[in-house]
Design a protein around this ligand. Structure first.
Ligand SMILES: [Zn+2]
Length: 95
């Protein structure tokens, strides 16, 4: 990979967010126009970003997610048990 390409790829996100200097932005635009490799790469990156809008979850977050899932499951089971108990009680009350 050419050095310019590496720089382009490094700065791509900042460029899109408008976080680079005007001169850099100009250079980025020019490079994207002139370099088919980076143009391809940008398109792929764009598709990837659109397909996975969420940021990669780090381990701590996925652990939290797992806990929430477990809590929800536990809650669902609890509600189910209460419902069954209520049905059972109402059956006994109506007999
Ligand atoms: Zn390039």
């Amino acid at each position: 990979m050419k050095r310019e390409c590496a720089v382009f790829r490094d700065l791509k996100e900042d460029w899109q967010d408008g976080m680079v200097e005007a001169e850099t932005a100009e250079w980025m635009a020019a490079h994207q126009m002139s370099c088919p490799l980076c143009r391809d790469w940008s398109e792929k990156e764009q598709n990837r970003a659109e397909q996975q809008p969420e940021l990669p979850i780090d381990e701590k977050e996925s652990l939290e997610l797992e806990t929430i899932k477990k809590a929800r499951r536990f809650l669902a089971v609890g509600i189910g048990m209460i419902a069954l108990f209520l049905i059972w009680v109402s059956i006994w009350l109506y007999i």
